[in-house]
Design a protein around this ligand. Structure first.
Ligand SMILES: Nc1ncnc2c1ncn2[C@@H]1O[C@H](COP(=O)(O)OP(=O)(O)OP(=O)(O)O)[C@@H](O)[C@H]1O
Length: 208
């Protein structure tokens, strides 16, 4: 699905070649500051490599319209922004910017259950804890139903038990709906348990 060749980005990343397959779960591990977030950002063209090529579905990533590309390949950052208002507002505002026709058929309460949130849809999103906000942001991504989900430490603010539960639900969702998941995680246990492929990035390089 993605093929990266001879990629250089500043002095941060230097990647000879890597393939990321469609409908698979890929986990990215590595020390802090190694370039994991930068790697994800390259995949939806949020940043452009200084050298090398990235192809997505066989075509140069630069040839896609950036807005449609980012609708198809959605990145959830480490510290996602939550919209002001209620939890429901967070879903309706997300829906307003998506061209996912199916989003209208999705049940907000079911989405909340997927990420183990028990709050009411009319509760203020501002009052959620850091980990709960992270989970709400994840539910918003699922509302968009992107082809590719790029998750940057989606469970960094969660305790181990909740973390595993949430990742399992996301992975189940991805497998059931033939999506592609690429996620950065600090947990080699999570990576081994859920990923089809593990990529280790250290000091900007992929370690075999
Ligand atoms: N646009 C940029 N310009 C210059 N330096 C940057 C830029 N983006 C990131 N960096 C630096 O590149 C390095 C890699 O950052 P990156 O966020 O990709 O690492 P990471 O592996 O995701 O780290 P962490 O696990 O701590 O989130 C860091 O030293 C960071 O400060």
């Amino acid at each position: 699905m993605f093929k990266l060749e001879k990629i250089k980005f500043k002095n941060i990343l230097n990647i000879e070649e890597i393939l990321l397959e469609e409908n698979r779960v890929t986990a990215i591990l590595g020390s802090s500051g190694g370039g994991k977030t930068t790697f994800l950002k390259l995949l939806n063209n949020m940043i452009t490599a200084d050298q090398g090529t990235i192809t997505y579905q066989g075509k140069d990533i630069e040839s896609y319209d950036p807005v449609s590309l980012r609708r198809e390949i959605v990145m959830l950052p480490q510290d996602p922004q939550i919209f002001k208002g209620t939890i429901k507002d967070n879903f309706t505002k997300t829906e307003a910017i998506t061209d996912n026709e199916n989003s209208k058929n999705l049940n907000y309460n079911e989405l909340l259950q997927k990420v183990s949130l028990t709050q009411d849809l009319n509760d203020a999103a501002d009052n959620l804890s850091g980990g709960e906000k992270q989970r709400l942001a994840l539910a918003r991504v699922m509302l968009l139903e992107p082809k590719v989900l790029l998750l940057d430490e989606p469970s960094s603010s969660l305790d181990k038990k909740t973390e595993e539960k949430i990742i399992k639900r996301v992975v189940d969702y991805v497998r059931k709906n033939n999506r592609t998941l690429i996620m950065v995680t600090h947990s080699s246990k999570i990576a081994e348990k859920f990923a089809d492929k593990i990529i280790n990035i250290e000091n900007g390089k992929i370690i075999k």
